[in-house]
Design a protein around this ligand. Structure first.
Ligand SMILES: *Cc1c(COP(=O)(O)O)cnc(C)c1O
Length: 370
């Protein structure tokens, strides 16, 4: 059977390759693969199953953790934002999900909750400068000690933090955050012996001193560049998601005729315009301007006019032989997601996350790879 069109091929061989790149960079760290937001749009359960060499997983929400447990996943699963109410706390404990504690309220809740069984392998988050989640450096150690004393948690309790600017290689804030974290750890011998974690993808690739006991790769697993100014290929990463569609019609238009809503683009000459069956209803960014890259029969052509819900138009002047049914790649193999993200004035993270469920994911090993 032919694949549906459009579709997103998910190359599990590339995924495993990218995990191996994580391990090459951080050979002495355990790996907590970040698979929040449906594994960055790639499919939560399929990606978890393929990451056999990952030591643990991290997600953002309770529902994501429960879904993994229900599918039989037995490795540690960390909820990066912890929980905000007792019912969620009880469900997390019952499902053996690990929690991040980042506020005093969460500690109080834990003290008073009646849990089916104790939590295992939890983390305290310290805010070293991101100013999103976390205890201040002054309060993180006491929070960690409270958790250590509590009978509601058994097993390791780690200390983690998160970089604000790791994607910018020479940003001095990275060093300041790292120093604050090291200073905190140095305050207590017991804490120094506990698991420690700071590095996301960008830090894994650029800051060995941040690797510590656990690294937390997300974007790089999916073969998209986490570093400003570096391509995924330069970093040795292979694209996992390739979004494909097809030419569904070809129009021969005259000079001056416009295409699409708003008539924003007019043919500069008599020419052929191709219609492709993908649009913002699939998560193809509507803000992509005329001139953005689309791969038709393996060659780059230019998007013209506005992106519709179900269709886009392309300039076929350099594709005299293109015909209905010919293959199109929107991003992935042959057209890096980073390029499309840049043209859409967004980031690779958003591009892959926003691909909608209308686009079926097709899982395979080695597609298009030698
Ligand atoms: C999302 C997330 C990560 C992964 O970040 P990438 O840049 O995708 O590698 C790591 N740690 C935390 C706390 C996160 O929220």
């Amino acid at each position: 059977m032919e694949n549906a069109s459009p579709n997103a091929q998910i190359n599990l061989t590339a995924l495993k390759h990218n995990l191996a790149v994580v391990k090459q960079h951080a050979p002495h760290s355990s790996v907590m693969s970040v698979i929040k937001s449906n594994a960055y749009g790639h499919g939560l359960l399929e990606i978890a199953a393929a990451l056999q060499d990952s030591d643990a997983f991290a997600v953002a929400r309770l529902a994501e953790g429960l879904q993994l447990r229900e599918a039989g996943e037995s490795r540690p699963i960390l909820l990066l934002e912890g929980v905000t109410n007792i019912s969620d706390l009880q469900q997390a404990a019952a499902a053996d999900l690990s929690l991040v504690f980042h506020t005093h309220e969460q500690l109080m809740m834990l003290m008073t909750a009646s849990l089916a069984k104790p939590l295992t392998f939890c983390w305290v988050k310290v805010d070293t400068g991101m100013h999103r989640l976390g205890f201040s450096p002054d309060h993180a150690l006491s929070a960690w000690k409270i958790l250590n004393k509590s009978h509601q948690v058994t097993g390791d309790i780690g200390m983690m933090s998160h970089f604000a600017n790791a994607d910018i290689l020479d940003d001095e804030k990275n060093t300041r955050q790292q120093d604050l974290f090291s200073g905190l750890i140095a305050q207590d011998a017991d804490l120094a012996a506990a698991p420690k974690s700071m590095a996301n993808s960008a830090a894994i690739l650029s800051r060995p001193e941040s690797h510590l006991d656990w690294v937390r790769p997300g974007l790089m697993l999916y073969g998209v560049s986490p570093i400003v100014g570096k391509t995924a290929a330069e970093l040795g990463l292979k694209p996992v998601m390739t979004v494909s569609a097809e030419l569904i019609s070809i129009q021969s238009l005259l000079a001056g005729e416009t295409v699409g809503y708003g008539s924003t683009w007019a043919c500069p000459t008599d020419m052929r315009v191709g219609l492709i069956n993908i649009g913002y209803g699939d998560g193809y960014p509507r803000q992509l301007p005329t001139g953005s890259s689309v791969l038709v029969n393996g060659e780059v052509v230019a998007l013209v006019g506005r992106v519709s819900m179900d269709m886009i138009c392309v300039d076929l002047r350099n594709q005299p032989d293109a015909k209905m049914g010919d293959g199109v790649v929107l991003w992935g193999e042959g057209l890096p997601a980073d390029i499309i993200a840049q043209q859409a004035d967004t980031i690779g993270y958003e591009l892959v996350c926003q691909l909608t469920q209308r686009v079926p994911r097709c899982y395979g090993e080695n597609n298009g790879e030698a």
